[in-house]
Design a protein around this ligand. Sequence first.
Ligand SMILES: [Zn+2]
Ligand SMILES: [Zn+2]
Length: 250
Amino acid sequence: MEIHSIRMGPLTDCFLVKGDQAVLLVDAGFPRHEKRFHRRLEELGFQPTDIKLIVVTHGHADHVGSLRALKRRTKARVAIHRREGPLIRHGVITVPPAVTAWGRFLSVLFRFLSFLGRFEPVEPEILIDREISLREFGIQGRVIPTPGHTAGSVSVVLRGGEAFVGDLAVNAFPLNMGLGIPAVAENIQEIYASWEKILRAGATMIYPAHGKPFPADRLRDKLVRISYQEDRKSNNPRRERKDNDFKHCP
Ligand SMILES: [Zn+2]
Ligand SMILES: [Zn+2]
């Protein structure tokens, strides 16, 4: 399976996945980036109409900004979680609350700059409320609900272990100083549960929308560390987690 990242705004990537029979696009970047997208598509040797499906990881403006323009040109169907369908249908901009001190600053900044994220509304064809297979779209993989950054966030996990996670994990300034949780999120405990979920689903390489791809083991290490710290905080004797709790993971 061929994977290409396309820069669609400052530190924001969307991903093109070429399967045996079709091309899938994950996310559609900031508004007004469609020209850049089509230039890159041409360089890569694809036609816009090769893209049959656009999976939107969540409804934030840096992921759906150019969606309407890309949909118009590609004629692809759009899939998004049912909870976030209304956001793109009505072009609504939302900013999640901060979960870190840095996130408090970012959250205010994003609200202040939200006019830059105004995007054209899009009518999605596919509303996701549970795991779905991408086989009928010619891609060996599935879409998995992975709430946390937003309640309706989803990830695409390919059979080869590549996982496109949107903002479930980030690996770049400004959303994090490095690799880890996004500084703004609706539910941090759900983020950790979703990390476990994609590891169980066979993720081996994580492709965040913000920052460089990294091995999925890095998330597993963080989960072990978080669990250890929580145990220490609650004065529980340290539990032996390393092997037992993650035995289902590759
Ligand atoms: Zn986001
Ligand atoms: Zn984002």
